[in-house]
Design a protein. Structure first.
Lengths: 243, 495
């Protein structure tokens, strides 16, 4: 990474950069870079991982397969359809709502082999036995063979072993200023940490999402965190949970 | 009438036996009587009379709406069911079935026994039937409709049986009927006495199907009158017979699927629903159904669908016959694949739907459908993906959470400004301090759906200390007269 400036340093502006400009030896020509990516939730009951995944989905009118297990639906709530339009999603969502993580993995594998889908997103709560390294490896290979991006949202999981090509950890940050009302929360902001990646350097950013941006490429913004440690500490202290 | 009785008996209490019931149908000058009950028949009400007239005479009349298309559909099904007695059956008009039992009666022990069997079975179905058997189709029709009870007449006494019937039995239309009545020809016997040449000259302008001479010739068997029965629906079936019983059906499935797909390809059809049946050696059978999202005759795809369904099938001591049947087919034209080997994305998705549905069940794989409603949990509901298409999501101008908790969870608000946002609240045993809030957004109950006394909701979007944004609402306001203190609920989480 280049050295930080006092104002923070903008390293990438769009999710296109996220998925395309990954300098990976061997498959630099691969379009869309359809790989398996893990998104871990930084805290409980946080919708930031789902929001981040939706923001980073490719701009396509094909359906998105969204698979979830019972526990993640109970803990974090169901995905709510009317809110999806805010994230610039063009294609319909094909929901698969099963109870066991085993079925989630099976449905994701089936979906990852289907080239007619825009993406496959799976949600698994906790770290069940079936979500082993082997299972993620199978998913990763499937995704790369069929060229379908696969995202796995793992809530309440603190970094179990995974064969994902990129592993992110997402948590909410205090939102941006509301343009009209200082009392109201504004546009969302997330703390995105890429803690393991193949072919690119890990890093931490604060990600913002602006649904009013004109092009899909401008909607998801990654801004590197301020390098000032003491400020960051203050920030963390201010954001503590009361009680 | 029987059908109406059966359907109504399931839904509500039928009127008393002594109350006359008629079914009404729209006529040229207002509703007319379509069918009458036994009690109404005893009072002398007949079909075709105007409802207002009948009601004036019988004030206690019970009138119901008739369903003529439904009756026709039922009759078609009954005609098909009647093929249990003979291979040629056809619906006759709106209320009859003609069966050609030539050569089939000895299977039921003669004509009398067969007629009794038919009568009994119709009675078991709850249907009233008037039966007659005659050497000609026209004769049987007339005897069944105008004859006295169950009649079986032979070739020799056909003329004698038909002679006392009124000329209206020929179904020659009201005009010709009236003409014959005026001429004094009231029965078929009288008509038979008239010289043919006179009848021919008199009615040479009339069409064949209402010409009394032609119809009489047909009824008496002087001209041929064959029955043109609709063909049976084709069964798409592939079967494998095994020399000795086996336990595992999997090795035989491929041959079955290939066989069925060849049959379907010849007729340019694709299967929408399949049934695999195994016939066990102990006489039992087990079956598994699979459905497809779009018509398919790809053996590999069908095989994958079926293979996922075999887990729960119980082979017992083994089975020696397997059948694979396409229950529902749709036309599917031959299609050229892409020359460059590209895959068809839509067909890929349809195949994926089939596989997911076959394994997980149709209600787990859903598209969203949308309802016009202000209540957030009512906007979206799930439709099975198999058999429905995806619909465009509505565009809302209000902020809505990305995740919705179903049902909403009650939260304890530790301190709240009356009619204002909560300053602190406790949800899932964690206390939160609100930093920022937006709202309230008031959503009133839908009085046309909700029970009286449902309280309104004031929604707040609140942000807690660590940046998470929640969607909470207060149910009711203090002193709205619909319960005690307002309660607070957590309903959604914003991204």
């Amino acid at each position: 990474m280049p050295p930080d400036s006092p104002f923070g340093q903008v390293i990438s502006l769009s999710h296109k950069h996220l998925v395309q400009d990954v300098p990976r030896p061997g498959d630099a020509a691969a379009p869309g870079a359809a790989v398996l990516r893990d998104v871990l939730a930084g805290g409980p009951f946080d919708a930031a991982p789902a929001g981040f995944v939706l923001a980073a989905l490719p701009d396509s009118a094909a359906p998105v397969l969204w698979v979830s297990d019972r526990m993640s639906r109970r803990e974090n709530g169901r995905l709510y359809g009317p809110a999806l339009a805010q994230f610039g999603l063009k294609g319909p969502i094909l929901r698969v709502e099963v109870s066991h993580p085993r079925d989630v993995l099976w449905a994701m594998e089936e979906g990852a082999g289907c080239a007619g889908l825009a993406a496959v997103v799976g949600e698994i709560h906790g770290a069940p036995e079936v979500l082993s390294f082997t299972a993620t490896k199978r998913l990763a290979l499937r995704a790369e063979t069929a060229q379908v991006p696969v995202w796995l949202i793992r809530s309440a999981d603190h970094g179990a072993l995974s064969a994902a090509r990129e592993r992110w950890r997402l948590s909410s940050l205090p939102s941006q200023m509301h343009p009209d009302n200082p009392q109201a929360p504004g546009l969302p902001q997330w703390e995105a940490e890429l803690f393991r990646a193949r072919g690119r350097a890990p890093g931490g950013w604060s990600a913002g999402y602006d649904s009013s941006a004109r092009t899909a490429a401008d909607r998801l913004r990654l801004v590197s965190r301020s390098g000032d440690g003491s400020l960051a500490e203050d920030h963390r202290a201010a954001a503590d949970v009361a009680g | 009438m029987d059908r109406w009785r059966r359907i109504t008996a399931q839904q509500r209490t039928l009127p008393d036996e002594t109350v006359p019931v008629v079914l009404a149908q729209a006529g040229r000058h207002g509703p007319v009587v379509y069918a009458v009950s036994a009690a109404a028949q005893r009072r002398g009400i007949s079909e075709g009379e105007r409802i207002v007239d009948v009601q004036a005479i019988h004030p206690d009349l019970h009138v119901e709406q008739a369903d003529a298309p439904g009756d026709r559909k039922l009759l078609d099904r009954v005609a098909h069911w009647a093929r249990r007695w003979c291979p040629w059956t056809v619906r006759d008009g709106a209320d009859g079935i003609v069966m050609d039992v030539t050569g089939a009666d000895h299977l039921f022990g003669g004509e009398t026994a067969m007629l009794r069997d038919i009568g009994t079975r119709f009675q078991m179905q709850g249907l009233t039937a008037r039966l007659a058997m005659a050497p000609t189709r026209g004769g049987a029709q007339m005897l069944a409709r105008f004859g006295a009870g169950r009649v079986i007449c032979d070739t020799e006494d056909l003329e004698m049986c038909l002679a006392p019937l009124p000329v209206a039995a020929l179904r020659i239309g009201a005009d010709t009927d009236r003409l014959l009545q005026r001429l004094g020809l009231k029965t078929l016997g009288a008509l038979m006495q008239v010289p043919r040449v006179a009848l021919m000259r008199r009615f040479d302008r009339l069409a064949e199907e209402i010409n009394p001479l032609v119809l009489l010739d047909r009824a008496l068997g002087r001209t041929a009158d064959p029955l043109n029965a609709p063909a049976d629906a084709r069964h798409w079936l592939a079967r494998v017979r095994l020399p000795e019983p086996v336990i595992d059906p999997l090795p035989h499935l491929e041959a079955l699927a290939q066989d069925l797909c060849v049959q379907l390809a010849e007729a340019e059809q694709g299967a929408r629903q399949l049934r695999l049946t195994i016939y066990r050696v102990d006489g039992e059978w087990r079956s598994r159904d699979v459905a497809t999202a779009s018509a398919s005759r790809d053996p590999a795809h069908l095989l994958r669908l079926l293979a996922g369904k075999l887990d729960g099938i119980d082979p017992g001591f083994g089975f020696d016959l397997l059948t694979l049947e396409a229950l529902r087919v749709e036309p599917l034209a031959l299609q050229q694949d892409h020359l460059e080997g590209r895959r068809d994305a839509q067909r890929d998705v349809a195949a994926l739907l089939d596989r997911l549905t076959a394994r997980l069940g149709p209600d787990k794989i859903t598209w969203s459908a949308w309802v016009q409603s202000h209540l957030p949990e009512r906007v979206e509901h799930a439709l099975p993906a198999l058999g429905h298409v995806a619909r465009q999501a509505p565009v809302l101008d209000r902020a809505r959470p990305l995740r919705l908790l179903e049902p909403p969870e009650e939260i304890a608000v530790l301190y709240a400004v009356p009619e204002g946002p909560p300053a602190r609240f406790r949800w899932r045993r964690v206390a939160y301090l609100t930093r920022r809030h937006e709202g309230p957004e008031r959503i009133a109950p839908e009085w046309w759906r909700d029970r009286p006394g449902t309280r309104l909701r004031d929604y707040y979007k609140v942000e807690v200390g660590d940046g998470r944004r929640f969607w909470i609402y207060r149910e009711g306001i203090l002193g709205d007269g619909r319960g005690g203190d307002p309660r607070w609920f957590m309903q959604g989480i914003f991204a």
